[in-house]
Write a protein that binds this ligand. Structure first.
Ligand SMILES: [Zn+2]
Length: 331
């Protein structure tokens, strides 16, 4: 708006200067010039309004080439689910996670903007719907879905949550290749190690480590710059979460590019900051539990207050973080 009023003042000043310099000018002419000035002002105001509108990005994906042939698709203009990974090369296309059903067309368009090849394999980092939401469509297109054993079991047991209630998970949405501890993809010049981290975000988490490219895709075992979600009802636990981050740090170095489950592209320094916050939060709450405090007494003390400013966000508030650490430790 500061720009808009400046544009308005400039235009009016043109009229005033003209008045001083051209004594011959009649009143009618002045009126015309002033009207023209106002017209121009309105025009510049409406142009600025259009520019403001255009600045607001449409919901979709931004593509970042993290390393040669390895991409991260992240949401712009709103929530689009977890960050998506892509490995594209001579041997084909491997995708990591697949957003949510309303984003299907935009996700496919984002992939198409990088490659015309079909997606050969889709790795699900964990069971949540913002990472597996388009499995059915991907499976129907012939993509082979890969995940940890527990993810497939979870999908079979819990089914698909729909507006009309719970339904069996469609066959096309299920992983056809599963693993227990680790497996490797030898494609596109990479030895991509996919390893399980037990009881971290869920009980079926997979982390992908592109050793040659020095890239780690963490799934939701890392929320960059915000309190993580620890899904206790699906087997998550703060101790497993801490162990998962320590394991990822152990295979990373200062140059490793880290694609978090949520948040911007990251690095080992930020992952270490997250781990330090988690370990400290765990220690603070463990001490209160040792003193015999109930969950509500711990909440009332607000023991993670010092982390509130930097880590609190809409879904995992400081209170929710406190509760999930407390519940984890009480298990
Ligand atoms: Zn998740």
């Amino acid at each position: 708006m500061a720009l808009s009023s400046k544009a308005f003042n400039d235009t009016v000043e043109v009229g005033a200067n003209t008045n001083q310099q051209n004594k011959q000018i009649g009143e009618a002419d002045m009126k015309t010039i002033k009207q023209l000035g106002i017209l121009l002002s309105c025009l510049s105001l409406s142009l600025l309004a259009t520019a403001e509108e255009a600045k607001k990005p449409e919901l979709g994906f931004a593509t970042t080439e993290v390393a040669p042939g390895i991409y991260m698709l992240s949401g712009v203009g709103g929530f689009t689910g977890g960050n998506i990974g892509l490995s594209i090369g001579d041997d084909g296309v491997v995708m990591i996670d697949d957003s949510m059903p309303p984003l299907l067309d935009k996700m496919k368009a984002a992939v198409k903007s990088i490659t015309n090849k079909p997606v050969d394999f889709l790795i699900n980092t964990h069971v949540h719907g913002d990472h597996t939401g388009n499995n059915k469509s991907m499976g129907e297109d012939g993509t082979r879905i890969v995940a940890h054993d527990n993810l497939r079991i979870n999908m079979l047991v819990k089914g698909l949550q729909t507006a009309e209630g719970k339904k069996p998970m469609p066959k096309a949405a299920l992983p056809v290749i599963t693993f227990s501890h680790a497996m490797s993809f030898h494609l596109n010049g990479e030895d991509a190690r996919i390893f399980h981290v037990a009881n971290a975000h869920t009980d079926g988490d997979a982390v992908i480590h592109y050793k040659n490219a020095n890239v780690i895709h963490t799934g939701d075992t890392f929320f960059n710059g915000m309190f993580p979600y620890i899904d206790i009802n699906n087997g998550g636990n703060v101790d497993g979460y801490i162990a998962a981050q320590a394991k990822m740090i152990s295979v990373a170095n200062a140059d490793t590019k880290i694609i978090p489950g949520h948040g911007p592209l990251s690095n080992v320094a930020e992952l270490k900051t997250s781990l330090a916050m988690l370990k400290d939060s765990r220690a603070i709450i463990a001490k209160l539990i040792k003193q015999g405090k109930t969950e509500q007494q711990v909440i009332d003390e607000n023991p993670l207050q010092k982390y509130h400013k930097d880590w609190n966000w809409g879904f995992i508030t400081t209170e929710k973080m406190t509760r999930q650490v407390y519940k984890s430790l009480k298990q």
